[in-house]
Write a protein that binds this ligand. Sequence first.
Ligand SMILES: [Fe+2]
Length: 292
Amino acid sequence: MANVLERLPQNVSGDFFVDSTCIDCDTCSQLAPATFRDHGQQCSVYHQPGTAAETKRALMALVACPTGSIGTTEKHDWHIGIAAFPSLIAENVYFCGFTSESSFGAWSYLIIRPENKGGNVLIDSPRFATQLVKRIDAMGGIQRMFLTHRDDVADHELFARRFGCKRIMHADDGARRLGVEQIVESEEELQIDEELIAIPTPGHTRGHMLLLYKKKFLFTGDHLAWSSERETLTAFRSVAWYSWPEQTRSMEKLLHYDFQWILPGHGDMHHDSTQKMHAHLERCVAWMKTRS
Ligand SMILES: [Fe+2]
């Protein structure tokens, strides 16, 4: 729970506030943009929630915040924020909320599928919070866990143990050391089942991988995200831990795939037609080449 004595001066006065423990992961400003904004090195409240819908989004941000940096001076039913997760994005794809500080507030996702399709898939690990675990259990548990890269594994072990699911990860990001059951060794794509394709994309890290679901939903980890500022797809040059030229090459490889959704670990998600996504990806590759 946030400490009102540590309330950041950038907050407007009133009920909701962010305290000095904020790590600037932007989860709150993405989840509740009517209330929170990134004011530079941290986030703060720039507008107090004025409607029930805005209050719900602000409570969701409070629950999702990896560092518990959001607080209120008035009493609220936190259950409103807790029960909202996993939160539906589209069709059978959900955002888990409950981000973890160990993955710098990276977003994780859940695909709900019947058993005959291979069952539910967790993409990267959220915080192992009792309330979330109960909700996931009620939605059918987890049959598979896809780990995009080493930074966003968070509480993978606890989830794997609790749900007995099989984890998939690339060898070059330490999958063996983490005790992962299915280890990808090569740079070739891997058809996991009828609907899921793992696509190795070295760059951000050496063993980074994306997951493509039904040629529609692309879970991109820290390889690729939407930039609301530039209104196109982008990559993060300053955190290309392994190699920016490799990441550019991996990005070019994606031009061979169709997708309509970008669901990243950090940065904004985006939905568009396959054609428009392709055009955005071409722009992104061209831009990356100018930055090497
Ligand atoms: Fe990362």
